[in-house]
Design a protein around this ligand. Sequence first.
Ligand SMILES: C[S@@+](CC[C@H](N)C(=O)[O-])C[C@H]1O[C@@H](n2cnc3c(N)ncnc32)[C@H](O)[C@@H]1O
Ligand code: SF4
Length: 401
Amino acid sequence: MNSQDLPNAFSAREGDTEQFGVYIHWPFCLSKCPYCDFNSHVRHAAIDEDRFVRAFAAEIAMTAGRAPGRTVSAIFFGGGTPSLMQPSTVGAILDAVGRHWQVTPDAEITLEGNPTSVEASRFRGYRTAGVNRVSLGVQALDDRVLKELGRQHTAQEAIAAVHVARSVFGRYSFDLIYARPRQTPAEWGNELKSALREAGEHLSLYQLTIEPETPFAALYSAGKLRVPDDGTARALYDTTQDICAAHGLPAYEISNHARPGAECRHNLVYWRMHEYAGIGPGAHGRLNVGRLDGDGDRHATATEKRPESWLTRVEQEGHGLVTDEVLTRAEMADEFLLMGLRLAEGIDPQRYLALSGRSLDPARVAALRENGLLETTPAGRLRVSLPGFPILDAVVSDLAA
Ligand SMILES: C[S@@+](CC[C@H](N)C(=O)[O-])C[C@H]1O[C@@H](n2cnc3c(N)ncnc32)[C@H](O)[C@@H]1O
Ligand code: SF4
């Protein structure tokens, strides 16, 4: 498909102007948590951060060459553990972004971190470098559970890091994992209420997923790790929604809660299917390549995952891209459903039509609506209902079929 075939889908934003995000991946952690399948690696030798800065800058320059003239409204340092980077490394990467794209004065610049005291001691340096939001992986407020999750911090240390974050940054968030082995809704409710006492305006609450090829997956297959059954998982989910909504932090996405207006702008770029550059080892991007206004073919990009191989590729070729594919209309339409239906605001069916060239099947929509899984808002948007969220994947596959 060439850009002439594309309807004006990328500029037809529903009450929301086009955003451009930059994702930077820092692929190292102090240790590997047994549940995690993120692209994160443990290295015992020191990391040559200057060499990484040069490679990040090269990849940013190459990406800006393909997507020139954009205005960046959100930058996200994700990992791995970006709070292991020196503040000067973060500053140098932000300088490179600013050399190649315009960055809005109020851009959201988030850094993901682990809540150990050593990392909290760097927060001021990150703020000086330009970071204005942190997101911390607290995971649990129970030391026994933190140990089972392989975490390198206690609950008290995590809370202390949250306090430092609150004093240094205007905006902060933290993550918790629930639906853990043996967890009851009553216990989770109490833990969540304690967490909300420390929360600002944003909280990410993830149900434990057993990811293939992790140590947790091996324990699960051996019957040594049990996750809550479907009924308990549902009760844990309902407890989460009730407590957070009562606290003024409703879910704006299946796992993310915020005071209205305090949503993570970077993540909204993904879920609203805007454009973003993926920089660093194993980073994914979506670029509308071809025309200066960004209304060209939508490319799905991905870079080499192994940090050292990524470095070598960038040094030799100027980028670490291993995937660069033009998405078909059908793929874009599926992605639009998959991403947009995660959001409480739902999707605009007209945008689906513009992307895919066909309407959603009215019979399927009607059946899902009758079963109470889908609803239409007064503005004509389609969204998954609260009872539909726990089976979101099934709802999306039904609609996309
Ligand atoms: C890249 S990590 C966050 C930053 C940092 N590395 C940390 O762990 O504190 C992103 C988040 O994904 C969540 N996560 C990772 N693996 C998960 C899994 N298997 N199930 C549920 N949540 C998971 C955790 O809450 C984690 O904080
Ligand atoms: S959860 Fe965070 S600290 Fe643990 S391995 Fe994954 S990225 Fe690293």
